[in-house]
Design a binder for this molecule. Sequence first.
Ligand code: TXA
Ligand code: MG
Length: 324
Amino acid sequence: MIGTDLNAARHWLEAGNVVGIPTETVYGLAGNALNEESVLTIFRVKNRPAFDPLIVHTDSLDKVRELVRYFPPVAEQLAHTCWPGPLTLLLPKRDHVPDLTTSGLDTVAIRIPNHPLTLALLQSLDFPLAAPSANPFGYISPTTAQHVADQLGDQVPYILDGGPCPVGVESTIIGFDTDGQAMVYRLGGMALEQLEAITGPLRVQMSTSNPHAQNAPQAPGMLTSHYAPRKPLTLLAYGETPSISGTLSAESVGALVFSGTLPGIPAANQLVLAPTGDVLDAARNLFAYLRQLDNLPVTQLYAQLVPDEGLGRAVNDRLRRAAA
Ligand code: TXA
Ligand code: MG
C-alpha cells in the first residue's frame, strides 16, 4: 500500500517489517538496521546477495556516534557540511551493528538523508534504518513511490510516498584509509567538486569499496548488470548519432538524449533528460526516463552520455553500468 501515514510506516518497522521510504536520492527499502530478521528480510525482498552491505540511515550526528567507533577529522568536517544530504560515509562500526548489515565488514556505511518525511520517521524511531535502493537487485533504482510499488509492491506492506526524489541518483560514498585520507567509492548525488572544496583533491576508486569484491563478481554497487534495463542498451558519446543499419529500422530504436534530439529517430522514441542543458535535471530524470525507455515498443536502446561535470559524472557512471 502507498500512503503518507508516518504512524503506519513506524508500526510496520517496529514490528520488524520492511517499508519503502523516500529520500532525496532514490527510494529505499528500509528495515531496522540493528535487527537481524529485518535485515534478512531486506536482502530477501531485494534478492540481494549477502556480500553486498547496506547503508544505515539516521537523523542526527549524536545517533551516528552511537553506531561508529570514531570519526576521522575529515569525515567530521564532511558530516557537518553535507548532512542531511546525499553523502554516505564508511566509518568503523561498533559491535552492536550486526555483521549482516555490513556483510561482515568492520565499517558501516551511514548517512543522514535530506527528506522531511523520512527525517520525521527516523526521529520517531529508537533504531536506525538500513535501506538499500528499493529495486530488485540489478534493476533500475526507483525515484517515485509508484516505481517501488510496480516492482516490490506485493512484498512490501507499506510504501511511504514523499513525491519524486529531487536529486535522483544515489548518494556519493566516501571511505577513509588508515591515515584518515578520504577516497570516493561511488559517484553520486553530492558533486565531486563540492566535496573537494572541503577535502582537497579526492581519489576516485570505484571498484574496490568492498574487500569481498576480490572473489565476488565485482564490488557492491559496481556490478556490471547494475541499473540495467531489460533491453540492449548502447552508449553514445555526447554529440554522437547512432548508425542504424541492417535489420534495425528507425522505428525500432529508442534513445535517451541529453538536451537536443537525434536525427533519424522518431521524436516519440526519444526522451530528453535536460531540455535546458542542466545536469541536475539529467540526474533527477535519469532513472524514471530509463524505465520509460525500457517500456517503449522498440528493440534497441541508445543513451547519450552527458557533460562530465557536477552530477553529470554520476549520471554517466550509471549509464555506463546500465549499458555494460
Ligand atoms: O542514496 C543512497 O545511498 C540510497 C538511499 C536509499 O539512501 N541507498 C543506496 O543503497 O543506494 P544501495 O544498497 O543501493 O547501495 C549501497 C552501496 C552498495 O554499493 C554497497 O556495497 C555499498 O554501498 N556499501 C555499503 N556498506 C559498505 C561498506 N561498509 N563498505 C563499502 N561499501 C559499502
Ligand atoms: Mg542500489
